[in-house]
Design a protein around this ligand. Structure first.
Ligand code: B16
Ligand code: MG
Length: 216
């Protein structure tokens, strides 16, 4: 029987990808780089600095900026992104998320967050679900980002659950790879792509049966 749940944030709990896209697109435009939605897909689950590096490489400008300049660019993007999140509320939770968290709480199943986002605590608070999570892994403490398993191992251990006894929920391929490398059961959530390696895939959390899941 499984004993704990580890959730990604963007694409699982809420859809912040659309706001990341607007902010990155505007920053890229100022640098003379045009990105589209297909390119934006490749930024899902990737850290802020890695996303900037990918955009600069895409525009063939990867060797033009110092680390300090890149940090300033990433900060500029984040300032716009945070402004776009101003009106985020409970209505922005993805379908089935609230019900699932309530059911986990009723069964005393601990939950944690494994998100690459440094904005995760603020976003969860705005969504009104912060109290459901025993721990949010601080991405600043990580040596490597997804698909490395580190974030998922830390998230499971933070709620005192061995990775083999935990279930991870992810919408991105890099995340599924990280969950599997951590030795956890992987639930993929995506209506648009097949997540390779997921133990089970649904298009939304409304399709999940918590009893069936924990009895894996
Ligand atoms: P921030 P996740 C990820 O969230 C996003 O998918 C990715 O696009 C973003 O660059 C990353 O968080 C970092 O976010 O700039 O807020 O620190 O899917 O890992 O929850
Ligand atoms: Mg995600």
């Amino acid at each position: 029987m499984k004993k704990g749940f580890v959730f990604d944030l963007d694409g699982v709990i809420t859809d912040t990808a659309k706001f990341h896209y607007i902010a990155w697109k505007n920053l890229a435009k100022k640098l003379g780089i045009t990105i589209n939605e297909t390119f934006n897909e490749t930024l899902k689950g990737i850290s802020r600095m890695d996303s900037l590096d990918k955009i600069l490489a895409y525009g063939q400008r990867e060797n033009e900026f110092t680390t300090a300049e890149k940090e300033a660019l990433a900060q500029k993007k984040n300032d716009e992104y945070v402004k776009l999140l101003a009106d985020l509320s409970e209505t922005d939770l993805l379908p089935g998320v609230h019900d699932f968290l309530v059911q986990a709480k009723e069964r005393n199943i601990p939950c944690s967050i494994a998100s690459a986002s440094k904005n995760a605590p603020m976003i969860l608070e705005k969504l009104g679900v912060l109290d459901f999570f025993g721990h949010i892994v601080d991405p600043e403490t990580l040596k490597k980002g997804k698909p490395d398993p580190e974030i998922f191992v830390k998230a499971a251990e933070s709620i005192n659950v061995a990775p083999k006894d935990a279930i991870g929920f992810e919408d991105a391929q890099a995340g599924i790879e990280g969950i599997k490398a951590a030795g956890m059961y992987a639930v993929g959530i995506s209506a648009t792509e097949t997540l390779k390696g997921a133990d089970f895939q649904v298009t939304s959390m409304t399709e999940l049966d918590i009893e069936q899941l924990i009895n894996q």
